[in-house]
Design a binder for this molecule. Structure first.
Ligand code: FEO
Length: 169
């Protein structure tokens, strides 16, 4: 059993995770239209990850006899300048998500809700990876600069990314 406040707060995070999927789907579409099929693949895998995050939270709320309410999904930004711009925006977005996850942990701690605090630890660790992979890409792309060859190599590399359903236990 979780409090109404905790239930509503996780509900909001579920909406944000689905928004993240929507944001990355837009980025996948942008890069596909620009001819970067590997980068597009990377973002499509990211979409699946975000939907999995939302599903994990959904399962938890249901398990705790709560209810998940579907709210409208905000329209994500769709004007991008370059592949580097996409990953900079991804990093910025993931940092915001991390702050929201920390906010959920704070609520769980305040309420002495140990079960939810433990549940959220997986997301705390996941955010370290989320920020790190976006940050690595920003660094690689900055190093690549204007080199088209390097950008094509990065694109080829990102084509290899596959979705591995997260293991939360
Ligand atoms: Fe669900 Fe990218 O964090």
């Amino acid at each position: 059993m979780i409090s109404k406040k905790m239930e509503m707060s996780i509900n909001e995070q579920i909406n944000r995770e689905i928004f993240s999927a929507y944001l990355y789907l837009g980025m996948a579409s942008y890069t596909a239209s620009e001819g970067f099929s590997g980068v597009s693949n990377w973002f499509n895998v990211q979409v699946q990850e975000e939907l999995a995050h939302a599903q994990i939270m959904y399962n938890y709320v249901i398990q705790q006899n709560g209810r998940v309410i579907m709210k409208a999904i905000e329209e994500p930004p769709q004007d991008f300048k370059s592949v580097l711009d996409l990953f900079e925006k991804t990093l910025e977005h993931e940092r915001k998500v991390t702050a929201f996850i920390y906010g959920l942990v704070d609520i769980a701690r305040k309420e002495n809700d140990h079960a939810t605090e433990i549940f959220l630890q997986w997301f705390v660790s996941e955010q370290v990876e989320e920020e790190s992979s976006a940050s690595d890409m920003v660094n690689k792309l900055k190093m690549a600069g204007d080199s088209e060859n390097t950008l094509l190599m990065i694109d080829k590399d990102l084509a290899q990314r596959v979705f591995n359903p997260p293991k939360t236990k």
